[in-house]
Design a protein. Structure first.
Length: 100
């Protein structure tokens, strides 16, 4: 845990717990919201897995990005998650969409 706290510049175990909690809530919420959206688009589990899952993942990705910052803000960790988001998007080559 010490290495992770140092890498993320986290000051306390409580802050680290909150960050983990935000990741958990965000992942669960994004996955839950993806189901009705895939149905709305007309993609259901009746389609082959190689159609259903890539489309579902493509739907989950932007939902997750927005929720991560929003839920992080609700838990008082906006600065951490905004920085995390910018790093992640720049690693994916999408950094030009997020101003420094």
């Amino acid at each position: 845990m010490k290495k992770l706290k140092k890498r993320w510049d986290v000051k306390s175990n409580v802050q680290l717990f909150i960050i983990f909690l935000v990741f958990a809530i965000t992942g669960s919420t994004a996955a839950k919201l993806a189901a009705p959206l895939t149905n709305f688009v007309g993609i259901t589990k009746a389609h082959d897995w190689f159609i259903y899952w890539p489309i579902r993942i493509l739907i989950i990705f932007p939902i997750y990005q927005v929720l991560l910052v929003a839920i992080g803000w609700l838990f008082g960790q906006f600065a951490f998650f905004w920085s995390f988001e910018k790093k992640m998007l720049s690693h994916l080559g999408l950094g030009k969409f997020v101003n420094s």
